[in-house]
Ligand binder design. Sequence first.
Ligand code: PEP
Ligand code: MG
Length: 837
Amino acid sequence: MASSLDILAPVDGVLVALDAVPDPVFAEGTLGEGLAIDPLGGTLHAPCDGEIVHCARTAHAVTLRSAGGVELLVHLGLDTVNLEGAGLELLVEAGQWVEAGAPLLRFDADQVAQQAMSLITPLIIAEPAGWRLTSRDAQRSGDSVRRGEAIMRLEAPLETTGVDTPAASGPQATREVTLGLAAGLHARPAARLRAIAHEQNVELELVHGETHFEARSLSRLMNMGLVEGDRVTLIARGERATAALDAAERLLSEAEANDPASSATELPTAEAGAGQLAGLVASQGLAVGPLHHYVAALPTVPQAGDDPARERVALGEALESVGHSLKTALAQAKRSARSSEAEILEAHLAWLDDPALREAAEGYIDSGRSAGQAWKDALDDEAARLQATGNKLLAARVADLRDLQRQVMACLGSAPSAPEVPADAIVIADDLTPSELTALAAQHPAGICLMAGGTTSHVAILARARGVPCLVAMGAALESVEGELAILDAERGLLEPQPDSASLEAMRTRIAEREQARGAARASASQPTTTRDGRTIEVCANVAGGAEALIAAQEGADGIGLLRSEFLFLERDSAPSVDEQRGEYQAALDALGGKPVIVRTLDIGADKQLDYLPLPSVANPALGVRGIRLWASHTELLNSQLRALLTLEPLDALRIMLPMVSGVGELRALRQRLETLAGELGVSRLPQLGVMIEVPSAALCAASLAAEADFLSIGTNDLTQYTLAMDREDPGLAAQLDVLHPAVLRLIKATVEGAAGRCPVGVCGAAAGDPLALAVLVALGVDELSVEPSRVPAVKAALRELDAAALAEKLPTWLELDDATAVRERVKTWLEVPVVA
Ligand code: PEP
Ligand code: MG
């Protein structure tokens, strides 16, 4: 470890001695020693390397911890907490490691200066961890400094001599600690404690009252039921006993910096009023209904065991296999700096490795139960114990335990049947898999609210396809909502669990109005769609297979703009045969009765994985082998899909579309393959072959693609993700992932211009159904929109009201705007419709 630590100026500015700061809390050193700076820039940068240990909810302060344990508070301005985040933007999150100079917090200097007491920014050594402040430039108070200049220096503590702490050099050390964790010793600190013992290679025990608990066992630690203020003795054995105790003491005695579970509630969403919860609209609609918490059914396992020795082996193998998947996911989460997710996975791994849980399960095996049943029972017992502690945070971790229970049982049994939900309920869930959503939607819930998820995730796509109102990214607060009759407003992005009768009445009126409008839109849905300025736009549907294609036809779709063929391949044990595929594609063609049907070839990779087609685990799967790139290594899979497509009737109505194309070479290779296969099958006329524009390179090379493709279709979900470099599955970014970002719109414009005179351009991403975005897309010149079947009538009705030529005149200015919010605002005002996120 370095013996000194330089603290660098986080921004250009003028130094201010701490005692000259016009706020006694800082000036009197109550929070610690330090220095302040009157900033001249608009961004605060990290003053040293360190881990972000706290970000203020109101985005005005960040604390980071250096490798040596020094904690530095960087506090933008004075009394800025009262701004409630206005004019401030955090650029980091707790748990993230940053290097000196990394941007931490951006602020609007004019706004903050006007609304807060002062912009003077204290830099406080909130936790010296034994380090001494040896120099600071307070003597230069009033001098200008440049960002990155060293303004304070700390010296490392002298090595512990063993005089003060005789146990340090011995094999055993003890320490009394008062628990400072407001939420008690819950899963994450318990898992961290266990990790400390592992990292320092010591045996660590906690003693409370008369009882000793090993840190090795997460369940024993959690079952201690320790709460804030409890005194415990820590005993460490091993060469690095003192270091382990230091780390353990820091962990246990400090108030928790940031609970990732609760930080999930701070996602940017609509303004929630009192008694409301906000989320992002994944599928529009309104609903009133009782709340129902979704509990996924457990896999089916045999009750009784075979030979206990064999059952033990089976359990061991299942634990190992789940452990392997968790470790892979953990490595991926760490590589992608998804620290909250990594902590949860670490806790899962710790449970899995817990000797107490395994012993309990083996006890049940010895009493005659199967490995799966034994694991279930052991975890049920554990869950009951956690619930019985009465500690809300521990009880909340039962969800983690259930997750692990399910994963291990899945290795030892067979898939469960879908759980039943009451009719017309608003279903609450953590997250859902595509197949869970499909099974749930078949029971016609009034709506769905998810703690996780994003608006372009596949669950969102399926919810829209089925017309089920759905909010996502609602955060952990959703876990505890209850209500006999709740309101789901999936236009504004709000859930009101316990509305008063006036709100219920108002919502019922709105629902009736929407029904009426829908009825009117449906009546003319099968007619062609012409805008007010005379352009005819095709409105097609996005579907997952034949059954949805039938709904699309009934809703008046002019064709199928995207059949996501991968849905046929998901959630099964092996790929569908050529015949199975043919049956499904033919059903779609039949449903549309000769209207065009675009089938996209298998788009697997990143968020869409097949168990029977394991792809290499890479750091950035979204940038890895996916979509069309898969065909180099899985030629036969493609061949069988193309064979199935080439035998459909009528082939004139079929269009084949390629996903994730980044250049014209991929299109050429595919066309060649199609010709070869057609020759083998004796098919003389090839179906049209098109390309998805989902990555910036394809948009920028649209002219060369359009010269050889029969059509282009813009996949705005991926195009937005890749243009903004924001993961479409990340709930924390969902609110910023907006197709109306000027950069995305410029790429769409480039696509339309590149294709002009060569081939038509459609849009099949979620933007095509977004009331504001669809108007812009048509004004930019796209010829076709493809949306979820249930949205077809409404989209057609909206287009008939649109003067696309008049809107097009506005676009040159709007494409120069700063961000998506500014564009959305302009479009909304121009169209005079309410903004729907
Ligand atoms: C898209 O990326 O916009 C698209 C339509 O494809 P998917 O959502 O299936 O990735
Ligand atoms: Mg895509």
